[in-house]
Design a protein around this ligand. Structure first.
Ligand SMILES: CC(C)(COP(=O)(O)OP(=O)(O)OC[C@H]1O[C@@H](n2cnc3c(N)ncnc32)[C@H](O)[C@@H]1OP(=O)(O)O)[C@@H](O)C(=O)NCCC(=O)NCCS
Length: 233
């Protein structure tokens, strides 16, 4: 059984620990967290170190892989970037809760996390490092780009494209055939009936408020094209 670490000892990380324990596919050796004390026990598993100590931890615990336990897309992207700087050879693990319902042939790539009760329909395509949170559903033929997310209860119809690092928040609904741009956030409980461009924060039922989002230098430099080069194939 492969030894793995969870990067981020938050509630999201704890949910991942629960999936790892239920699926019995990996041996969880610890959490890595740069903001919480070492040896703090979370869900019966200790924090064993921080980002700087990651190379040593990999050697010490004979670690094969890591799951990024961070729900926020942009923070997860930064974490990915930081991890590969100190541990370029580490494998990124995907985890799928046993209660998730996946259509046949749906593939869950590296780093993606599928929580309890999520539903992924026929021919939907999921990117790397995505999160489909509790009871989220993704319609047939829809696409989630790398580092995008569906929060708990989000409902996405068929043939929708969700852009790089974009999130559909808690219980929002997206109608069929629409395109959500990159780095866009659809606010909780919103109803999306038309496509939304990149770098927007949009909410309302149906969407009635669209604000521009400004990205910091790190995110500006790491546009989808650059990120594609960065993400291991
Ligand atoms: C995306 C989100 C965080 C933006 O919230 P925000 O940063 O407060 O947005 P703003 O500061 O621009 O909000 C300004 C106003 O819009 C309102 N607003 C924000 N999001 C809203 C939404 N989804 N629906 C209706 N009104 C909303 C705020 O209440 C505020 O109103 P006020 O000025 O009258 O007080 C929020 O919409 C959201 O979706 N939260 C849920 C996050 C989530 O999914 N968490 C679960 C993780 S599993």
């Amino acid at each position: 059984m492969k030894n793995i670490l969870i990067y981020g000892a938050s509630g999201h990380g704890k949910m991942i620990a629960d999936i790892v324990s239920k699926t019995n596919e990996y041996n969880l050796v610890g959490f890595v967290d740069s903001f919480k004390p070492n040896n703090l026990e979370i869900y019966n598993t200790k924090i064993v170190g921080d980002l700087d100590s990651l190379p040593k931890l990999i050697a010490k615990f004979d670690v094969d892989g890591i799951v990024i336990g961070i729900g926020d897309n942009e923070m997860r992207l930064r974490a990915y970037y930081n991890i590969i700087k100190v541990a370029p050879k580490i494998e990124f693990i995907s985890v799928v809760h046993p209660s998730a319902i996946l259509a046949e042939h749906v593939f869950i790539p590296d780093g993606t996390v599928v929580m309890a009760g999520a539903i992924i329909n026929a021919d939907a395509k999921i990117g790397k490092f995505c999160v489909l949170n509790t009871k989220a559903s993704l319609g047939h033929d829809s696409i989630m780009s790398d580092f995008s997310s569906l929060s708990s209860g989000a409902t996405v119809a068929g043939n929708v494209k969700i852009g790089f690092c974009s999130s559909i928040c808690l219980s929002a609904s997206v109608s069929q055939g629409l395109i959500i741009g990159d780095h866009t956030i659809i606010g909780g409980a919103s109803l999306v009936l038309k496509s939304i461009k990149s770098k927007k924060l949009a909410f309302g039922v149906p969407i009635n408020t669209i604000k521009n989002r400004s990205l910091d230098t790190f995110l500006k430099d790491l546009n989808h094209h650059n990120a594609n080069k960065l993400i291991k194939k």
